[in-house]
Design a protein around this ligand. Sequence first.
Ligand code: NAD
Length: 479
Amino acid sequence: MQTEQMIADVVEQVIRQLNPAPHDGSSAGMRTGAVPADALPTRPGVFAEVDPAVAAAKRAQQQLIAAGIKIRAQIVNWIKQTAIDKAQEWGRIEFDETRIGRLDHKVLKLELFHLLPGVEFLETVAQSGDDGLTVDEFAPWGVIGAITPVTHSIPTLTANVVSMIAAGNAVVFNPHPSGAKCAAMAVEHYNREIKQRWNIDSLINTIEPPTLRSAEEIFKHPDVHLLVATGGPGVARAAMKQPKRAIVAGPGNPPVVVDETADFDNAATSIIQGAVFDNNLLCIGEKEVFVVDSVFDQMMAAMRRAGAFALDAGQIDRLVKVTIPWQDDHYAVNKDYIGADPQVLAQVAGATVPAGVELLYGETDESNPFVAEEQMMPFVPFVRCRDFDHGLELAIKYEHGFGHTACIHSNNLDHITRMGQAMNTTLYIVNGPSTGALGAGGEGYASYSIATPTGEGVTNPLTFTRFRRMAVSGSLRII
Ligand code: NAD
């Protein structure tokens, strides 16, 4: 009998080792189905499977609605302040995990959270007249399924959360696998504190480890009513073909046009400020510059004065061969160099640049792959064009119809107007850095999901609401 008990104990121990407790804290063997109501999860909001994550989000969303709008506002303000307070620590953690971009800018992206809007965006609209009173409200969708990129894992997750919770929703994330651990860490912290402060369960949920299969399960889940995808062309296509509403923040390849009337020094500092941000990982970051021939040399000199480092033709050739090599029948960006430091790119190019240099640049023609590809590296190609019209033509061609972001440096009102109309981009920046369109170097609120192909633009709490109307016929008008 004793031997049988010993064997049973050993078997149980082996089974436990083979099936460790799931991240969500539910007991082993409960990977699908509802989360036990009374269990305090060890990692609140972090799930190995989609079903329990959606179930938890659904329950927490109902708690959020019951708590009321004042509590929503408190939660959102607390999340914004937490991102700011944790910027140093979390910026470092994200940088260590993803190994792309710049540590100082990972930190800065979180410190900028004061620029995000909150519940004040949800203004009720009322109309009254002889026939009564009508009230238009901005209501939540319920549970949102969201995909985030590796380029800004915690910032995109947190900015989505701020707007989604302000609008009264809960969310399930499928982050990029290379930034999923830091995303889960932030999710866990937010949920733990929200539970303690407001007694609401996991409003914010994430899949760890995320896979394409779990993304697909979120897309298809019947309790997920709205999808939000932030990323490149693959995820944009995948989200838009789902049979439910999708808000897609897709790729960009922002061109810059510099004409003969520009302030070249301002153009140079602006291009540098935008393109160096996180080593040009931003979807809005300046990726290629078209300069009118008559002022091309002046513009190149201004870049040098502003601290950028020029590569010559041979160095650019070497850089291209390694970072955007020709493979089979197309150029393919070498992922090892996305978000790399300029010193690393310079080494590849065979150049030695001083430690403080933040951006490399150089003259290329339009066929250079740095022009056409969304390269996300701190090297910006400068292309000569005959005149403004030629520059505009090239800007339209290489923005690829993404409708994302374009910049101009000019003091010619006709050029500024024509380019704005012709580019038809979501963001259009005049005489400033691309970051100016998100409140850093310009006016306006910030967001880390710029919904381009689906048209919602700089996402905010209203983006994640459903329109609802109450019409009271013939009464409640008090005048
Ligand atoms: P990525 O496209 O490689 O991945 C983005 C996310 O989509 C990841 O979570 C990835 O796992 C997921 N994904 C990819 N293919 C998928 C599919 N078929 N089904 C489901 N999920 C899928 O992009 P990235 O390298 O993480 O981020 C950079 C890209 O994101 C750039 O193209 C950049 O312009 C874009 N971006 C856009 C915005 C915006 O606001 N418009 C913001 C940030 C980044």
